[in-house]
Design a protein around this ligand. Structure first.
Ligand SMILES: N[C@H](CCC[C@H](N)C(=O)O)C(=O)O
Length: 276
């Protein structure tokens, strides 16, 4: 079977994007792992699949698979690429796109300057809905692992995030601590682990060790998670520039029940074909 795909990225967080509106391709977990391999496959952090809408008030359904083949409910950088992809492929001719994911509903906006704004919905702090094992909701939790103690925030943007504040992201052991916390039993579905260095109330540096992919050059939902937690901890203001290794995102959130918005780029690299 021939698969047509696009290779895209959001700040270096890279994707294979598949139109399953005009195609109908099934991907097994093993096939996703094989295609994700950067030596034996195409290579990507996540596979993004465009499907017809599940409900009449949406334009598309948006499915996301990590490089390890696990299906997840959110990918912020991927949402921006999704918006550019469906417009470029002529699957829609509007600049406002409504999609559903396993976690809910998002609205994507193609901006005039080429950037994409995503309404990421409301950050979810209730531990049981992250999910995270805790006796009650806190702005900062104490996490113990082996003989180490970590202070972190926890939130869901449709996918689970744990965020630690560090002095210098550049030298922090993101790989080692990210893998350790990512496997902590208090996160029963795993977790994306963010390492945030606060530069000012409007600027942070961030690195993210992603569930199912390892450290990526950028994590859109991770940027949203870090800002939401920073605002809840009263360390950040309502609009924050997030500098990730792959580039910059702008995150806006007015707290409480308001909707969190992310704005950033999405790039098309090439179109390809592969025989499955
Ligand atoms: N690894 C994430 C999915 C991709 C998120 C990230 N690439 C983004 O831009 O939000 C998870 O397992 O929840």
């Amino acid at each position: 079977m021939l698969l047509n795909f696009s290779k895209m990225h959001g700040l270096g967080n890279d994707f294979v994007v598949v139109d399953n509106v005009t195609q109908n391709v099934f991907f097994s977990k093993e096939k996703i792992q094989q295609l994700a391999d950067r030596n034996f496959g195409i290579g990507f952090d996540q596979l993004l699949i465009v499907e017809p809408p599940y409900d009449p008030d949406q334009d598309f359904h948006y499915r996301i698979f990590n490089a390890d083949g696990s299906e997840v409910s959110q990918c912020g950088n991927g949402a921006r690429c999704f918006a550019k992809f469906v417009k470029q492929k002529g699957l829609i001719n509007r600049n406002k796109i409504v999609v559903s994911t396993k976690a809910g509903r998002m609205v994507l906006y193609l901006e005039k300057d080429g950037l994409v704004t995503v309404n990421m919905g409301r950050p979810i702090f209730e531990p049981a809905r992250i999910p995270f094992k805790a006796n009650k909701q806190e702005n900062t939790y104490i996490l113990r692992d082996n003989d180490s103690t970590y202070f972190c925030g926890a939130v869901s943007l449709g996918n689970p995030h744990c965020v630690l504040e560090v002095d210098d992201v550049a030298t922090h052991d993101v790989e080692g601590i990210g893998a350790l916390i990512g496997a902590n039993e208090r996160f029963p579905e795993g977790v994306n682990v963010g390492f945030m260095q606060i530069i000012s109330r409007n600027e942070i540096k961030l690195r993210v060790f992603e569930r199912g992919a390892g450290e990526t050059l950028a994590c859109g939902s991770g940027a949203c998670a870090a800002v939401a937690i920073g605002i809840m901890q009263d360390k950040l203001d309502k609009e924050v520039n997030v500098e990730l290794p792959g580039g910059k995102l702008i995150i806006k959130w007015h707290g409480d029940d308001s909707l969190l918005k992310m704005t950033g780029p999405a790039e098309h690299i090439y179109d390809g074909q592969i025989t499955l």
